[in-house]
Design a protein around this ligand. Structure first.
Ligand code: NA7
Length: 543
């Protein structure tokens, strides 16, 4: 230890300043813990801090996608749109931070480079890229499921001499597209949002599509004051309903199986859900993620809609997703994606027929031609779910690294804690419902669970807790057996780690729904923490 950088002793360290980190800081401060939080970005918001690309917008209703823990905050804040755009989301995040005085607990522009468990002293030693060392009894990893942009795995991607942007690291300054030849690589949720926004503005737009996504009309609306007032009057009940739903939000869920109604009724229901927009279609039938035949009928319905919207039949055909179930990749919501291809200046480059060979100084070379560009936008996705925690050294008992523990895929108990990593907690961890439900609702559930665990330890005079190996094995068996029933395994997605070279493949998300996940979390507390082992403060005994 040097005098210039003395080790700072804390109760708890929080890593990450997204929704999970913000609530963690609030909750643990209110519990009277001595805390310090770190965030790599220059401000709060996580994904909404970084992802400033044109058209960035949440695909869950704004009234759901926000904190429920503070009655004051939810009454004082007013959403303007059903699906808020990134600038409004960031304004909300900063409003919450100011209202609850959260910023002062965060050290921004700071990365944690290592967190190492000291078994003898029963604490985490946390080092930052600023050369500081902190020691804390508890470490909360609120590092987020989508915080590490995927490096484009394309030959020569750094050689392009024009303007280059990654959607997940968009500059704070305005970017002009006027009169420019712009290329977008990637057609997931991000690429789709960019294409519909940039298409009408660019001189020419070239969309490099490898796997087409299914996207449905968002049908976004301004929120009328009467509606907002009604929501605010009933927020308590609405939040309760959201917490008891599979997605952690107010999306209607049906118990109706697809083939339980006649073909004409099905058609009418699908048409109706298309008109409603958002994810109404997924909630119209109960078995779309389980019954391949039902799923294919719905996929064909959406392909038909693509054929109606895109004027050029060749382009329409290329935009129709085939070979994987609808909803197995994240379903996208758009405002004018398909119609954008009707503009004479927008060109679809089908990378299945015409693969990208390399990026050159001038643009993109496919098999067959070089497309010269002024600007290249990468919407190539993330090293999702596990990327953030694997990006630095997290070392538990007996020198075990998370990197080793997760060599064959992520594993944990409830996505909250790992055997071998005492007092290390995760929010929206990779074996919970992370990508499949409202991330704000999951964050609140997880932080509350962690707070209960810390309170329990404090009351019992315990210094360390971790799940037993059996608890972790049993949880992963539940996750695996539920996952096998789901069609989510039938598409190559970031859910499965399929988008990152050499990453272990497999569905490790909990697919049983947010409401069921909450039940498992509650049970883990209510059975007296029987699935955990504890160390006492004097380390003389384990409970
Ligand atoms: P996604 O959904 O992972 O999409 C990434 C896209 O980038 C996808 O279309 C990929 O095609 C494409 N991609 C990646 N690498 C390449 C290369 N080398 N060549 C061509 N195309 C490539 O990320 P998003 O950011 O859109 O969305 C992430 C989540 O954010 C989303 O699920 C929502 O939860 C919000 P591929 O599919 O690999 O053929």
């Amino acid at each position: 230890m040097s005098n210039s950088n003395p080790v700072k002793r804390l109760d708890l360290v929080v890593v990450g300043g997204g929704f999970g980190g913000m609530y963690a800081v609030y909750k643990f401060r209110e519990m009277g813990l001595n805390i310090q939080a770190f965030e790599a970005g220059g401000g709060l918001g996580g994904v909404w801090y970084w992802n400033r690309y044109p058209g960035a917008r949440v695909d869950l209703p704004s009234i759901d996608y926000c904190f429920s823990f503070s009655e004051e905050v939810q009454q004082e804040w007013t959403w303007s749109e059903q699906f808020a755009a990134q600038p409004e989301l960031l304004r909300y995040i900063n409003f919450v931070a100011e209202r609850l005085d959260l910023n002062k607990h965060f050290q921004f522009n700071t990365r944690v480079v290592s967190a190492v468990w000291d078994e003898l002293r029963q604490l985490w030693v946390v080092k930052t890229n600023k050369g500081e060392t902190y020691e804390a009894t508890y470490c909360v990893m609120a590092t987020g499921p989508l915080s590490v942009p995927k490096e484009p795995d394309i030959e020569g991607y750094k050689t392009f001499k024009g303007e280059t942007y990654h959607a997940a690291r968009w500059p704070h300054e305005e970017v002009s597209f006027a009169g420019k030849r712009v290329g977008v690589i990637g057609t997931g949720s991000t690429g789709i949002q960019i294409v519909q926004e940039v298409g009408p503005k660019a001189g020419e737009l070239f969309v490099f599509q490898r796997t087409p996504s299914f996207t449905m009309p968002m049908r976004n609306q301004k929120l009328e004051p009467e509606y907002v007032a009604e929501v605010k009057r009933n927020y308590a009940g609405l939040r309760e309903a959201a917490r008891n739903s599979a997605v952690g939000g107010l999306r209607p869920q049906s118990t109706r199986a697809f083939f339980s109604v006649t073909p004409s009724q099905r058609q009418a229901l699908l048409e109706d859900s298309w008109k409603q927009g958002g994810l109404a279609m997924l909630g119209t039938f109960s078995d779309l993620l389980y019954n391949p035949e039902a799923n294919e009928h719905v996929a064909e319905f959406v392909r038909g809609k693509i054929g109606e919207m895109v004027k050029d039949p060749v382009t329409a055909e290329k935009l129709k997703p085939k070979g994987y179930p609808i909803f197995a990749r994240r379903p996208c919501l758009d405002t004018s994606y398909y119609e954008t291809y009707n503009l004479p200046t927008v060109h679809l480059v089908d990378c299945l027929e015409e693969p990208i060979v390399e990026i050159t100084e001038k643009g993109v070379r496919t098999e067959g031609r070089e497309i010269e560009l002024d600007m290249l936008i990468f919407a190539t996705g993330y090293d999702g779910l596990t990327g953030a925690l694997l990006a630095f050294d997290v070392v538990g008992r007996n020198g075990q690294k998370v990197n080793d523990k997760w060599r064959e895929g992520s594993r944990s108990y409830l996505g909250l804690m790992m055997e071998g990593f005492p007092n290390l907690f995760m929010t929206t961890g990779p074996n919970g419902p992370a990508a499949l439900a409202n991330i704000v609702a999951i964050s609140e559930n997880d932080v509350n669970w962690i707070a209960d665990a810390i309170t329990h330890m404090d009351k019992q005079g315990l210094s360390a807790m971790e799940p037993t190996k059996k608890a972790e094995d049993d949880w992963m068996a539940i996750v695996a057996s539920l996952g096998q029933r789901s069609l989510l395994t039938k598409a190559k997605t970031w859910y499965l780690g399929a988008n990152v070279k050499d990453k272990p493949q497999g569905l490790t998300l909990f697919t049983g729904g947010f409401h069921k996940y909450r039940e498992f979390c509650a049970a883990a507390t209510q059975n007296g923490y029987a699935n955990f082992s504890f160390a006492k403060r004097d380390k003389s005994a384990a409970a």
